[in-house]
Design a protein around this ligand. Sequence first.
Ligand SMILES: CC(C)(COP(=O)(O)OP(=O)(O)OC[C@H]1O[C@@H](n2cnc3c(N)ncnc32)[C@H](O)[C@@H]1OP(=O)(O)O)[C@@H](O)C(=O)NCCC(=O)NCCS
Length: 172
Amino acid sequence: MKIRTERISDYEEVFQLNYLAFQNREDESRLIERIGLSDQFIPELSLIAEENHHIVGHVVFSKAEVVDEENSHEVIVLAPIAVMPSHQKRGVGSKLIQEGLKRCAELGYEFVFLIGHPTYYPKFGFKPAKKYGFELKQFRVPDEVFMFCDLKEGTATQQIKGELVYPKSFLI
Ligand SMILES: CC(C)(COP(=O)(O)OP(=O)(O)OC[C@H]1O[C@@H](n2cnc3c(N)ncnc32)[C@H](O)[C@@H]1OP(=O)(O)O)[C@@H](O)C(=O)NCCC(=O)NCCS
């Protein structure tokens, strides 16, 4: 299996993969479309897991902001991530996340936020965000599912706090 950057020609397969992984719902596939057309899209952070020339996993990391009364700080949000049901629990999701976090760090980003399963993401370095002074007001979710990863290992967390604001692609 290899992880590579998504190409425009992957569109149909990515749509179908997300449809199947999210139990025959189109919401996440439509979210991917909106992110792809937005200013928050970063092509090299849209990743494919490919096995025998078939797409078996996909993840998008895109731009969002952390804002306080005075400042706005560009961060990354991870969403959505999907692995083909037939290929789950074989490490595909882990490889996509690890490669994505590596690329985010290389691009100079400090934080990656997500809303997700609280038992799955800690092994990649994600921690509960509220405990570290971050807020989420746009979505009403349990505290433990709102998580972040500090790519500079603690240095940035001390300086930056505020509300995570998802761009409008996420708000429909
Ligand atoms: C969530 C999702 C992306 C995870 O992808 P995945 O490829 O199944 O994840 P991984 O294989 O990396 O890890 C899943 C589990 O398999 C285990 N695992 C990883 N490699 C393994 C291997 N070679 N053999 C056995 N188990 C393995 C992991 O330890 C992990 O265990 P955990 O339940 O204790 O966390 C996938 O399940 C999915 O697409 N779900 C539907 C869509 C969804 O819910 N997306 C996320 C929204 S937050």
